[in-house]
Design a protein around this ligand. Structure first.
Ligand SMILES: C[S@@+](CC[C@H](N)C(=O)[O-])C[C@H]1O[C@@H](n2cnc3c(N)ncnc32)[C@H](O)[C@@H]1O
Length: 192
């Protein structure tokens, strides 16, 4: 449905242009294959095991799409909680519909532009970022996470080469705590 809507805005478009033309310039990756758009469930589980996610810990996905991480937390980590922030309303609604259908009461998706100047990232134990948008948006989010990490310990799970590159080049206070040879993600902790 999103792709059909995108064709109305941008008849000759691709997944590179659909999102920005529909969503005020925000790269929402409309039309990207859903398996590329989202982290595989097996990787979500591997990440949570490596983190040794404990009861009462809170996980936030910044740019959550349909909220796969929440499905895994809701199914297997019943005493932890999950919030996914996502720009595209249709994804938020569909993800929340699935959470309700599966009775995953510890998980929710929230419609939110992460680049909105009035938005402050809430505190959490774990943040998950998978190349959610433009470089300046990711950079802005990493700066906010630095502020959160001054107040409390955080772990940041990063998937995708852009975010890793942005950290390497401009955010030296995040250092790698885990980087598997075969894994597409890394885990960072903040040092001040
Ligand atoms: C590559 S997907 C990752 C989805 C999910 N984190 C995962 O790994 O399965 C990135 C998501 O971030 C969203 N996004 C991009 N820019 C955003 C913004 N400024 N605010 C909120 N969400 C945004 C996109 O719409 C997309 O659904």
């Amino acid at each position: 449905m999103l792709v059909a809507e995108a064709h109305g805005f941008d008849p000759d478009g691709t997944h590179e242009t659909f999102g920005p033309s529909m969503h005020n310039g925000v790269q929402t990756w409309v039309g990207l294959d859903v398996q590329t758009l989202q982290t595989p469930y097996s990787d979500c589980l591997r990440i949570l095991r490596l983190l040794r996610l404990r009861p009462y810990q809170h996980v936030i996905d910044l740019g959550a799409a349909y909220g796969r991480m929440g499905v895994v937390i809701g199914g297997l980590y019943l005493r932890s909680t999950f919030t996914g922030y996502e720009y595209v309303r249709a994804r938020v609604d569909e993800g929340n519909r699935i959470y309700q259908l599966l009775d995953l009461t510890n998980c929710r998706l929230v419609e939110q532009d992460l680049f909105d100047p009035d938005f402050r990232i809430p505190e959490a134990d774990v943040y998950f970022i998978y190349d959610f948008g433009q470089v300046e948006h990711i950079d802005h989010t990493l700066r906010e996470l630095r502020e959160v990490s001054r107040r409390r310990p955080v772990q940041i799970v990063v998937r995708g080469r852009f975010t890793k590159q942005i950290i390497r080049e401009g955010h030296p206070w995040f250092s790698v705590a885990y980087e598997g040879k075969l894994d597409d993600f890394s885990i960072y902790r903040a040092y001040h």
